[in-house]
Design a protein around this ligand. Structure first.
Ligand code: SAM
Length: 192
């Protein structure tokens, strides 16, 4: 387990400040408990910048999709299991004056063979996440980061830990930094 550094903490704090107004705006689209937390998104942004990630796969569109397009100057592909939510994300991104980048359905993403420097997995409900974690794994480039949101869910946490233990990964300790008021947090694994 790699411990987090003060520079990661500082950068995440800067992104929380920068992105807080955008998240307030997003709460008109989806409630706090459904939108990815400010804490989790800020950690993703800080890690992506510090590790010079070259592209992001954003599985489960919403606040994170707009935030990544705000902060990161790399291609972001946002994916949703629901075309309705994909359309809502697209409208929110446009309303915020951000580039659309790539927006596609989960079905379309299943045909993509590209590997990404960062994959943020926050799509569908918890049973969908457990079922499709093995489908997500091939999209993570060796040396890339896999971010699993909602790791507070005990069954998901247990299964995700077991899955990651069976693969070559280094875990990053960002639990404290990513925990929000609903006790949600992210697991981050670097693929070897
Ligand atoms: C936890 S949400 C994803 C949140 C997203 N990653 C974000 O950054 O805000 C998981 C999925 O639930 C659906 N969803 C989002 N908001 C919703 C809402 N308010 N009610 C029902 N489903 C919602 C979308 O299909 C979304 O991809």
């Amino acid at each position: 387990m790699i411990a987090r550094t003060s520079s990661l903490d500082d950068l995440a704090a800067q992104y929380r400040d920068q992105l807080a107004p955008l998240r307030e705006r997003y709460l008109a689209v989806s409630p706090d408990s459904m939108a990815m937390s400010l804490e989790a998104v800020a950690v993703c942004c800080a890690l992506a910048v510090m590790r010079e990630v070259t592209d992001v796969l954003d599985l489960g569109s919403g606040f994170g999709s707009a935030a990544f397009r705000t902060v990161l100057s790399v291609p972001v592909a946002s994916v949703d299991t629901s075309s309705q939510w994909l359309a809502r994300t697209s409208a929110f991104i446009a309303g915020a004056g951000l580039p659309q980048g790539t927006l596609r359905t989960w079905e379309d993403q299943t045909r993509v063979r590209h590997r990404y420097g960062m994959v943020v997995y926050d799509a569908g409900d918890m049973s969908f996440r457990r079922k499709h974690l093995s489908d997500v794994w091939p999209w993570v480039r060796p040396g890339g980061l896999l971010v699993l949101d909602d790791a507070h869910d005990r069954l998901y946490h247990r299964e995700a830990r077991a899955f990651l233990a069976a693969h070559k990964v280094t875990m990053l300790d960002v639990r404290g930094l990513s925990t929000d008021r609903f006790h949600r947090f992210v697991l981050v694994a670097e693929r070897q």
